[in-house]
Design a protein around this ligand. Structure first.
Ligand code: MG
Length: 489
């Protein structure tokens, strides 16, 4: 056991939305929602100002729009997010070779393995904690100075506690949990605070009258194993007592993303199995998108009633992060497996990962826009934007004449190349553009043959809005600008 809280968990605050606010001065202090804006779109991140209205990540964008009608709804700009992420991760790697990146904006760092390791090892426990506090405050200040973004950090003697501490530190804070205080901090928390305790496990524990971590910690390991099964029960028992010796494993080049579920009762019904595969595909896609990547090979894992485990995979023509494509492929793969007799575990994964490219994003966005337009036609309810309030026009209805096929109808390959899309002049809310005379700006919205652009840059005051015809030759898509000028400028 460590005597110094030398494992840190860093998590950028409302990452995608914060990058947008840093890039777009007119959005600072305002509700910003980043995600899929088409008919089936889901919120990936929202700013704290949007959370006040009840908007949350993973919520359907349509629901978010009802809760927060005057928010800025933007398509994700993965290129910009990845640039910021790389800056932050490089700063973490300067602190230790042991950096375990969990997603584009989240990582564990083991400070004991880095340049501060010897000082931390030599320090008395109290001094060690103060040194960690100083390192973390410097890190937070450096991140803000170099990226214009804020990070929250938890520091503790284990990954479990560091992650819980960073949760408590949010937003823009630092929380240390000194080794020895794990049970005090965890005790009053709801059981769901423990990793691996999802809704199903929570239900089982609740039925046994166990609501808090302290109550679970009082049970013997044997009792928990009886309740939750051997492996799971043993894991939960350790976590509840604050015991976690999982090492920080550098994982820069993850080769795949996968999720799986074990079922309390074997699944026997074919439709139910296919439904569970859909749910797993959705979870897998959320993870994939959190890392800003896409994958080419879809894998399913099936453990049968007799514990025989098999996998099946299919490689698509191009990388995708489309939930529909991945779910359909998983279902196809399940058809190759004998599902009779009962299924204990199902998994869905994606491998052969590729970084998300702008092309993928636009192809996907165009497809979503096309679908959204169909939805809008069916619903046939169009609201005129209120000119006073300067709301962002609907993106979905925006891309009026998009002819792109939904991505993946041809086995997951993006439906259209960037060139083709450029020819169609699709302007997505949030997208970076340059006007030949007016300079850099971003698309605020488009519709009815017009596109509205706000001309501002990360270091300018809030900019003015101008409207153009969608095929105005002076207007071209451009790359994201850095949030801070390079140090030598
Ligand atoms: Mg975050």
């Amino acid at each position: 056991m460590r005597t110094v809280p030398s494992i840190i968990h860093l998590d950028m605050d409302a990452f995608f939305a914060s990058v947008e606010q840093a890039a777009k001065p007119s959005l600072r202090g305002k509700p910003v929602i980043v995600g899929g804006l088409g008919g089936r779109g889901v919120v990936s991140t929202c700013s704290y100002e949007a959370r006040v209205f009840g908007v949350r990540s993973a919520m359907a964008t349509a629901v978010a729009r009802r809760l927060c009608p005057n928010g800025a709804y933007l398509w994700p700009r993965f290129t910009a997010y990845r640039a910021c992420s790389e800056q932050v991760m490089a700063m973490l790697r300067a602190l230790s070779p042991l950096v375990e990146q969990l997603s584009v904006d989240e990582a564990y760092v083991d400070l004991a393995a880095g340049p501060y390791g010897p000082a931390l090892a030599a320090a008395a426990p109290g001094e060690g904690a103060e040194l960690v506090r100083a390192i973390c405050q410097d890190l937070r200040a450096d991140i803000e100075e170099r990226t214009a973004l804020t990070a929250s950090i938890g520091a503790a003697g284990s990954k479990l506690m560091a992650k819980i501490a960073s949760e408590q530190a949010k937003p823009d804070g630092l929380v240390l949990v000194n080794p020895g205080l794990e049970r005090t901090v965890l005790g009053p928390m709801a059981v769901r605070a423990l990793p691996g305790v999802g809704p199903a496990t929570e239900q089982v524990l609740r039925r046994a009258g166990l609501m808090t971590v302290a109550e679970v910690a009082e049970l013997s390991e044997e009792e928990l194993m009886r309740l939750l099964g051997k492996a799971h029960g043993a894991g939960v028992s350790l976590m509840a007592r604050g015991l976690d010796d999982r090492p920080v494993v550098p994982d820069r080049d993850a080769k795949s993303v996968s999720v799986e579920d074990t079922y309390e009762v074997d699944l026997a019904d074919r439709d139910r199995i296919l439904h569970e595969l859909d749910i797993l595909a959705a979870r897998c896609v959320r993870r994939l998108q959190a890392t800003g990547r896409s994958g080419r090979t879809v894998v399913i894992k099936v453990r049968r009633f007799d514990f025989s485990t098999l996998t099946r995979s299919e490689t698509l023509r191009g990388p995708t992060d489309d939930e529909g494509v991945i779910a359909a492929t998983a279902r196809r793969l399940a058809a190759q497996v004998n599902l009779t007799g009962g299924i204990r575990l199902l998994g869905v994964g994606v491998s052969q990962l590729a970084d998300f490219t702008q092309e993928d994003l636009f192809a996907q966005a165009a497809a979503e826009a096309a679908l959204a337009e169909l939805d809008a036609q069916e619903a046939a309810e169009e609201e005129e934007p209120d000119a006073e309030q300067e709301p962002l026009p609907e993106s979905g209805a925006a891309a009026g004449s998009v002819a792109a096929e939904p991505a993946g109808v041809e086995g997951g390959a993006p439906a259209a190349g960037a060139g083709q899309l450029a020819a169609q002049r699709i302007w997505l809310p949030g997208q970076d553009v340059t006007h030949r005379e007016l300079g850099p700006g971003w698309v605020q919205g488009s519709g009815v043959g017009r596109v509205t652009v706000r001309f501002e840059t990360p270091d300018s005051p809030p900019g003015r809005v101008r409207t153009f015809l969608v095929d105005d030759p002076e207007l071209t898509p451009s790359d994201p600008l850095p949030l801070r000028p390079p140090p030598d400028a």
